[in-house]
Design a protein around this ligand. Structure first.
Ligand code: NAD
Ligand code: DAU
Length: 353
């Protein structure tokens, strides 16, 4: 048996592939277009592992996907490939429509054709697991209850609107064609291989290179943080035991204001790699222009996943952020490699720079 992972060279995808191969003998067919966010260096641990088959390709390429599916016969598709950065979606939404909506549509078409041709036991066992985000639910105010699976969809950015569209397509393929689908909607991840355009890795990278730590607006926007390995375990659990057609919210009950997240990572950096001048890295914090349409608060109610499937996260924010800072300190070569070339041009376009 084989599973197919799309976007397996990205942040969550590469963590998922590495965890999967560390826990199971089942091979992984990894389909990734290797955009700026995809990096085979993330997977060097499984470079010579015959259980990892990498195929460079676009999820919008129906013929390629059909060929790969008929050759490798996956029992499940874990769909992670996406354009994932909200700021980039504000500057240029087209890639988000191309990959997150049209790409997901073509992937669903290829999956449906493949699944329809399977014989009975394989057809019943097949799963299409769509990995999505809490951002589809919109923004909460202080005191509002956390997002549940039955919350209305109110996406506010081009990114979240494109993910909402993909969620709806996945749902429609279940209701219309009977495709055996599962959807997860997860909160903000952090951990190893996180591209340094997102808040936590950007601030660790900027802190160590003596740059400012840009805080959008007043820094009181709240995100609900989950260590990436806990997201991977949730995906595995939903794949194993999720009810077909259901959606599952994934989160670690770790709501934090952005400013306190940046202070927390500065405190760990101060301890593990103190600044030469004895000052705290927090001195580099700088308030900059806000993100347009910035959602104020996200919070996930993960009760359904915890009660029905028995999933629990392992890391607290304190343990997770310490591991993350240590990983970036230990992997400066990775950071240097991904922050050359096009990265520099993008950073120049960020708000306040
Ligand atoms: P990422 O940007 O780090 O990685 C995305 C991967 O998809 C990259 O390897 C990229 O090369 C690949 N890709 C992009 N377009 C492609 C295409 N057209 N065809 C094939 N491959 C393509 O993203 P991530 O943070 O790892 O997120 C993975 C998934 O999880 C996304 O669907 C995202 O919406 C979802 N998600 C992310 C978070 C988070 O906090 N990062 C939280 C909840 C859900
Ligand atoms: O909630 C899940 C989502 O989390 C995922 O679906 C997205 O793929 C992922 O990118 C993430 O989206 P966010 O917009 O929440 O992540 P980001 O790291 O870009 O920003 C986190 C918060 O920090 C947000 O409120 C904006 C703020 N921020 C971000 C950057 C990059 C800053 O204040 N300064 C910054 O430089």
């Amino acid at each position: 048996m084989t599973i197919c992972v799309t976007g397996g060279a990205g942040f969550i995808g590469s963590n998922f592939v590495l965890d999967w191969l560390a826990r199971s003998d089942e091979p992984v067919l990894n389909v990734d277009r290797l955009t700026y966010a995809g990096n085979l260096e993330n997977l060097k641990e499984v470079d010579s592992d015959p259980r990892h088959v990498f195929a460079k390709g676009d999820i919008g390429d129906f013929d390629l996907l059909s060929d790969l599916f008929s050759r490798y016969m996956p029992r499940a598709i874990i769909h992670l490939a996406a354009e994932s950065h909200v700021d980039r979606s504000i500057h240029g939404p087209a890639d988000f429509i191309h990959t997150n909506i049209v790409g997901t549509f073509r992937l669903l078409e290829a999956a449906r054709a493949y699944w329809a041709g399977l014989a009975e036991p394989e057809k019943i066992a097949f799963r299409f697991l769509h990995v999505s985000t809490d951002e589809v639910y919109g923004s909460l105010e202080t005191g509002d209850p956390a997002f549940r699976e039955d919350n209305r969809y109110e996406p506010n950015s081009p990114y979240s609107a494109s993910k909402a569209a993909s969620d709806h397509l996945v749902r429609a393929y279940h209701h219309t064609y009977g495709l055996p689908v599962l959807t997860t909607n997860c909160s903000n991840n952090y951990g190893p291989f996180h591209f340094p355009e997102k808040l936590i890795p950007l601030c660790i990278h900027n802190a160590l290179s003596g740059r400012t730590l840009p805080i959008y607006g007043d820094g009181q926007q709240v995100r609900d943080w989950l260590y990436v390995k806990d997201h991977c375990s949730a995906i595995r659990r939903v794949l194993e035991a999720g009810i077909l057609g259901e959606t599952y919210n994934v989160g670690g009950w770790n709501e934090k204001a952005n400013l306190s997240v940046v202070h927390a990572l500065c405190t760990v950096l101060d301890e593990l790699k103190p600044r030469a001048d004895g000052q705290s890295y927090a001195a580099q914090i700088t308030f900059v222009e806000d993100r347009p349409g910035h959602d104020r608060r996200y919070a996930i109610d993960a009760t359904k996943l915890e009660r029905e499937l028995g999933w629990k996260p392992v890391e607290t924010f304190d343990t997770g952020i310490r591991k993350t800072v240590q990983w970036y300190l230990d992997n400066q070569a990775w950071v240097n490699n991904v922050t050359t070339g096009t990265y520099q041009r993008w950073v120049g376009k960020q708000y306040g720079n």
